[in-house]
Design a protein around this ligand. Structure first.
Ligand SMILES: [Zn+2]
Length: 270
């Protein structure tokens, strides 16, 4: 998309042709036609410059070119808010925000690029006295309509991860039961405040297992100097943003867990 393209399409666009004439003469039709009303509302900001229409410092984009601009703005998968900000800083076209929302709403890469816990500060975690006394639990997704339940031992950073198709409390409890049946009950479980970790079902389950539930800042292993494994969601985000390729969860899981042999786990847990 070049300035020359925009100038040419502006000259061909019926609405912008009318708008150009109005700006030149300063005379708005009465009543103002529907298609010109959004421009009429910002009439004082409009001007022409070298065959371009400008609203302030932004280029008024012909409707035909909006899709092209959207594709450029969406190249780095920054999500709805940032893509809107980027496009608004350069272009104006009525309803452009709606176009951004329609395009990006279902983009998995954009979803993965959004910070999960923007308002919560990262906090380094105190090392527990021994393995599997304190665990962190988190849910990642949706990714291709699936979720990943992650459980990380705070002492060893040993990760457990299960792909689940729904995130009801009942499913989470079932998967936690499986994990605890293999490794035993921890004393404490740290979660953030996502709905599945707040409900009565999980609360009762943890209580019945004698596990203290701590709701805290999300567990980010990289904030703890003792922990070396990258967190799962960071791994997915990095891969997605770097390569623009959607990685299937199982391939990431196997990579994430590759350094953990059964012997290592046994050594830590027994
Ligand atoms: Zn995207």
């Amino acid at each position: 998309m070049s300035l020359q393209d925009i100038k040419q399409k502006t000259a061909e666009d019926e609405t912008l042709k009318q708008l150009n004439e109005i700006i030149e003469t300063g005379a708005w039709p009465n009543p103002v036609p529907v298609e010109l009303q959004p421009y009429n509302r910002c009439a004082k900001e409009l001007c022409t410059y070298d065959r371009l229409l400008l609203r302030g410092h932004r280029i008024v984009l012909p409707r035909e070119m909006v899709r092209q601009a959207l594709q450029i703005g969406h190249e780095t998968h920054q999500g709805v808010v940032r893509t809107k900000q980027y496009l608004r800083s350069k272009f104006y076209c009525p309803n452009m925000d709606l176009d951004v929302e329609r395009l990006i709403r279902n983009c998995s890469a954009c979803v993965l690029n959004q910070p999960l816990h923007e308002d919560q500060p990262l906090q380094p975690l105190e090392l527990p006295p021994r393995p599997w006394t304190k665990i962190g639990m988190d849910l990642v997704g949706p990714i291709q309509n699936q979720y990943i339940l992650t459980v990380i031992d705070h002492y060893t950073s040993f990760p457990e991860a299960v792909v689940i198709s729904d995130i009801s409390s009942a499913t989470v409890v079932t998967e936690l039961t499986n994990i605890f049946s293999r490794f035993g009950y921890p004393l404490e479980a740290v979660t953030d405040n996502v709905r599945q970790f707040v409900g009565q079902v999980l609360e009762s389950f943890l209580k019945s297992c004698g596990i203290k539930h701590i709701r805290a800042s999300p567990y980010f292993p990289q904030s703890n100097g003792k922990v070396e494994s990258p967190s799962l969601d960071m791994e997915i985000r990095t891969q997605t943003s770097l390569h623009h390729i959607f990685q299937i969860p199982t391939s990431i899981l196997s990579k994430w867990k590759k350094n953990w042999s059964h012997q290592q786990v046994s050594r830590y847990l027994h």
